[in-house]
Design a protein around this ligand. Structure first.
Ligand code: ATP
Length: 276
């Protein structure tokens, strides 16, 4: 996991008077699921657009898979899934993908392979309009990965999905990642980020305010408290060895003891509150 697939230095982008991104540095390693987290309007989609050559940056350097984001060579090697991933409702599942094999100029034998990967082979001849929401989302996924990209940009892939469909999508992402695909993922969902991401960065008002492994961040922002539950009371004490020893010696029946760690969501809320 040493090779950087994305290297961004001092990236900035402004729309009229709105600063969407300012001086952002990012390094994403091969094989990672990297979570780019932030509230609405933080600049997440703008970043994906800049990294994938859909927008031009004002300043800063971007290298994606060793290429600049406008290189056609790079575009063959990436997959992008965003909320405007419309499907052709009146066409069959198979024909939707056939179109994309033509766009990418790849053999149509890929279609059955990718449909098997997202578990849609049985419905390949069905019209898209007859599919459930979860199946449509899996088809969008199939379309995103049909050319076997080594790097995926997923812009809120589980937004507006019911919990079981969202979980299906997360499982597909994990499966692809286990096979070596690097994933750059944006989400509002902190539990999702905690479950899926090897590393995350928090973006707020166009600035990266913190980054690291979810576990390390939770430890860093932990309030170092221990919760103790006995047959008589339920209370917290500071994480302090002599104090803990003293408490344990005094009590009759211990029911539960555990350290209180903040969730990724609490870390994020603390950080964004500090910033604003
Ligand atoms: N084409 C545009 N023209 C003008 N302003 C824009 C444009 N695109 C984005 N912005 C502004 O840039 C800022 C960042 O927007 P962006 O869409 O990147 O945020 P986001 O983090 O992806 O938000 P969300 O989670 O709601 O999708 C916002 O203030 C937005 O209004």
């Amino acid at each position: 996991m040493n090779e950087n697939v994305i290297e961004v230095k001092k990236l900035s982008k402004q729309f009229a008077t709105t600063i969407a991104l300012e001086n952002c540095d990012l390094m994403i390693k091969k094989g990672e699921i990297f979570g780019f987290l932030g509230p609405s309007g933080a600049g997440k989609t703008t970043t994906i657009k800049l990294l994938t050559g859909q927008l031009k940056n004002d300043s800063g350097d971007i290298l994606v898979l060793g290429e600049n984001p406008f290189s056609s060579k790079m575009k063959q090697k990436i997959g992008i899934m965003s909320d405007n991933s419309g499907l052709y409702e009146k066409m069959s599942v198979y024909d939707n993908l056939l179109l994309f094999t033509k766009i990418y100029d790849i053999d149509k034998s890929c279609i059955e392979k990718v449909l098997a990967e997202v578990d849609l082979l049985d419905v390949k001849n069905q019209q898209v309009s007859q599919l459930s929401k979860g199946m449509k989302q899996r088809l969008i996924f199939a379309r995103t990965i049909i050319h076997s990209p080594s790097l995926l940009f997923l812009d809120e892939p589980t937004a507006n999905l019911d919990p079981s469909t969202a979980q299906e999508v997360r499982e597909i992402i994990k499966k692809l990642n286990a096979k070596g695909t690097t994933v750059f993922l944006t989400t509002h969902n902190m539990e999702e980020a905690d479950e899926m991401c090897h590393r995350v960065a928090f973006l707020n008002h166009g600035h990266i305010i913190e980054s690291g492994e979810p576990e390390a961040l939770k430890l860093k922002y932990s309030k170092q408290l221990i919760r103790i539950k006995t047959d008589k009371k339920d209370y917290t004490i500071p994480l302090d060895k002599p104090l803990l020893k003293q408490e344990l010696e005094q009590m009759n029946e211990l029911l539960m003891i555990h350290s209180i760690e903040p969730s990724l969501k609490e870390v994020f809320l603390t950080l964004t509150k500090e910033e604003s």
